[in-house]
Design a protein around this ligand. Structure first.
Ligand SMILES: Nc1ncnc2c1ncn2[C@@H]1O[C@H](COP(=O)(O)OP(=O)(O)OP(=O)(O)O)[C@@H](O)[C@H]1O
Length: 322
C-alpha cells in the first residue's frame, strides 16, 4: 500500500502503574498493556485485532479514541498525530473516529429517548436546526433498520439487536471516517449476530467506512475483516489478509486461536499436522509473565523480536519468548 494511511498507530506503548510488589506491597511496577504496537488502517477496509482477554485490545481501542493517553508512540489520522502540539481537538477527533461498544444497553442512557441520544452529538457539533436534526436522526434510524417513529422510545423498549442498531446509529450520526467496533456482536443472541454483521457490512459499503474491530471471536472476524492482526501480550505477533491468517497461520499462537474456532473447516486447516501445528499452552490469566517465568508478580518486556514479512502483507513475529 502506498501513500499516507487513514490511521497509523506507531510504536504505541501504554503502561499502567499497578499495586506494589514488595514484601509490604510498596514497590511500583508497571503493567505493559500495549507494548510497541504498530498498525495501519486504510480507507474502506476492516482491520481486526484479535487476541484473548487481557492482551491489550481495549486499551489500544481506547487510545485510538483518545480516551487513553499513550505512554509513548503515536496515533495519526491522515498523517497528523492525534496528540501533541497542533493535534485536533476532541470535536474534530469525534468526526474522524467513533466507537460501537460491545454492550449497547450499558452505552445508552436509559433516561434518554433514542432521538435525544442521537441528537446530542449533532448539537455538540453546532447543528441547531430542529428540523435538520430530526431529518438526520430519522435517516440514520432507517439506515440501521429501525423506523422513524422509534426515535421517541427509550432503550429498555428495544431488544438487544435493536439496541445495538441504535448504538451503531449513534456512532454514525456524525459521519465519521473510522469506526472502532469493540466486540460488536458478542453481547447479542447468536440468532441475531448475523443480522448485525450484515448491517455493519452494508453500512461500511454505503458510507465508505473503515473499521477497526477488536474481537476474540474469530468466526466474526473471518466474516468481516480484510486484514487481521493477532495480539499477544501487548504486541502484534502476526498480521496479514484474512486469507493469510486463516488459511496459512504461521505463529503458534495464531494457530492455537484458530484451532479453537468451533467451525470445523477453519479448525481443521489450523490443526493440519502437515502444516506443523504445535500445541502452545495458552497463558494462564492476566498475571502471566512475558519473560516465560510465569510467576504472578513479574511483568517484564518480551525478548526483543521483529515482525518479519514472509509474504506481501503477511508479517510474523518470529520469536516472542525464546
Ligand atoms: N486502567 C487500567 N489500570 C490498570 N490496568 C489496566 C487498566 N486498563 C487495562 N488494564 C490492564 O491492561 C491489560 C490489558 O487490558 P485490556 O482491557 O486492554 O485487554 P483486552 O484484550 O481488551 O481484554 P478484554 O477482552 O477482557 O477487554 C490487562 O491486564 C488489564 O487488566
Amino acid at each position: 500500500m502506498t501513500g499516507t494511511p487513514l490511521l497509523q498507530i506507531d510504536d504505541l506503548h501504554v503502561r499502567f502503574p499497578i499495586a506494589g510488589g514488595g514484601l509490604l506491597g510498596t514497590g511500583r511496577r508497571l503493567l505493559h498493556a500495549v507494548n510497541g504496537l504498530s498498525l495501519t488502517l486504510e480507507k474502506g477496509e476492516c482491520l481486526s485485532i484479535v487476541g484473548e482477554s487481557g492482551c491489550g485490545k481495549s486499551t489500544t481501542a481506547l487510545t485510538v479514541m483518545g480516551l487513553q493517553e499513550p505512554s509513548s508512540g503515536s496515533v495519526s489520522f491522515r498523517g497528523a498525530p492525534f496528540s501533541g502540539p497542533g493535534a485536533p481537538g476532541r470535536m474534530q477527533r469525534a468526526k474522524a473516529v467513533q466507537i460501537v461498544f460491545q454492550d449497547p444497553y450499558a452505552s445508552l442512557n436509559p433516561r434518554q429517548t433514542v432521538h435525544a441520544s442521537l441528537a446530542a452529538p449533532l448539537r455538540l457539533h453546532g447543528i441547531r436546526s430542529a428540523s435538520e436534526i430530526a431529518d438526520r436522526v430519522e435517516t440514520m434510524l432507517i439506515n440501521v433498520g429501525l423506523t422513524a417513529d422509534q426515535a421517541r422510545r427509550y432503550p429498555h423498549e428495544f431488544s438487544g439487536g435493536q439496541r445495538q442498531r441504535i448504538g451503531i446509529a449513534r456512532a454514525l450520526i456524525l459521519e465519521p471516517e473510522i469506526v472502532v467496533l469493540d466486540e460488536p456482536v458478542s453481547a447479542l443472541d447468536v440468532s441475531i449476530r448475523a443480522q448485525i454483521i450484515n448491517l455493519l457490512l452494508d453500512l461500511q459499503e454505503k458510507y465508505g467506512l473503515s473499521y477497526l474491530m477488536i474481537s476474540h471471536d474469530l468466526s466474526v472476524v473471518e466474516h468481516m475483516s480484510d486484514r487481521v492482526a493477532v495480539m499477544f501480550f501487548g504486541q502484534i505477533v502476526e498480521e496479514g489478509s484474512w486469507q493469510h491468517i486463516f488459511a496459512n497461520p504461521v505463529h503458534p499462537y495464531t494457530r492455537r486461536l484458530i484451532a479453537e474456532i468451533p467451525d470445523p473447516d477453519v479448525a481443521i486447516r489450523a490443526r493440519d499436522p502437515a502444516a506443523g501445528f504445535t500445541d502452545v499452552p495458552l497463558p494462564q490469566g492476566r498475571s502471566f509473565a512475558m519473560d516465560g517465568s510465569n510467576t504472578p508478580d513479574v511483568f517484564t518486556a518480551p525478548t526483543p523480536s521483529e515482525l518479519v514479512e514472509i509474504d506481501p502483507g503477511h508479517r510474523v513475529r518470529l520469536s516472542l519468548r525464546d
